[in-house]
Design a protein around this ligand. Structure first.
Ligand code: GAR
Length: 210
């Protein structure tokens, strides 16, 4: 049985999708803990209500990114995870932290990376006149919102979209692709060569929505 730790900063809807998929599909894994850098992250309540251990490491209590990441890693390691999942965890991580979990640290970002790393992705996609937007699950590397791409979901950008309507349409797809990607990693179905991720059985690594 593998052990998964999920990091959140807020609502945690991607974390919920992963918890539900893990239970519903009977993964050979358990969600060992949900950890937040914010005590008021509403996702913590969902986790506790589902019998999952929760912890808070408040970044404001630390004088440097290094000090925060060191404490965060200690708390994570207490749960001995095989997989660490960033699910709306809105902190820039130090290289030391990322290297510690390299190959088992995943992130979801609400854009078709490498386009639009960082914040305000949906507004930026609309302003750039993009006809497609989406989300990307990737292995985390030290460079923010980069790293080998596991799965992407593409959705059309509509003429009347606002950042909110586009975000809502993308989020529906996030809830499909993130549990899928975590499961593939748990099931050891992924290979990475030269920064390119392949599913061992050649499963499609893109999800289209209209
Ligand atoms: C999601 O849209 C996720 O892709 C994004 O934050 C949201 C969290 O929602 N993550 C990032 O922007 C990371 N760069 P959630 O808390 O409901 O899962």
């Amino acid at each position: 049985m593998k052990s998964i730790v999920i990091l959140i900063s807020g609502r945690g809807s991607n974390m919920e999708a992963i918890v539900h998929a893990c239970q519903r599909e009977g993964w050979p894994a358990r969600i060992a803990a949900v950890i937040s850098n914010k005590a008021d992250a509403s996702g913590l309540q969902f986790a506790a209500a589902h019998g999952i251990a929760t912890a808070v490491v408040d970044h404001k209590a630390f004088g440097s990114r290094e000090a925060f990441d060191t404490e965060l890693a200690q708390v994570i390691d207490g749960f001995q995870p095989d997989v660490v999942v960033l699910a709306g965890f809105m902190r820039i991580l130090t290289e030391g932290f990322v290297r510690r979990y390299e190959g088992r640290l995943l992130n979801i970002h609400p854009s078709l990376l490498p386009a639009f790393p960082g914040l305000h992705t949906h507004q930026r996609a609309i302003e750039a006149g993009c006809k497609l937007a989406g989300a990307t699950v990737h292995f985390v590397t030290p460079e923010l919102d980069h790293g080998p791409i596991i799965l992407q979901a593409a959705v059309p950008v509509r003429a009347d979209d606002t950042a909110d309507t586009l975000a809502a349409r993308v989020l529906v797809q996030e809830h499909q692709i993130y549990p899928q990607a975590v499961r593939w990693l748990v099931d050891e179905q992924l290979s990475v060569h030269g920064g390119v991720v392949r599913h061992l059985d050649g499963r499609q690594q893109v999800c289209w929505s209209d």
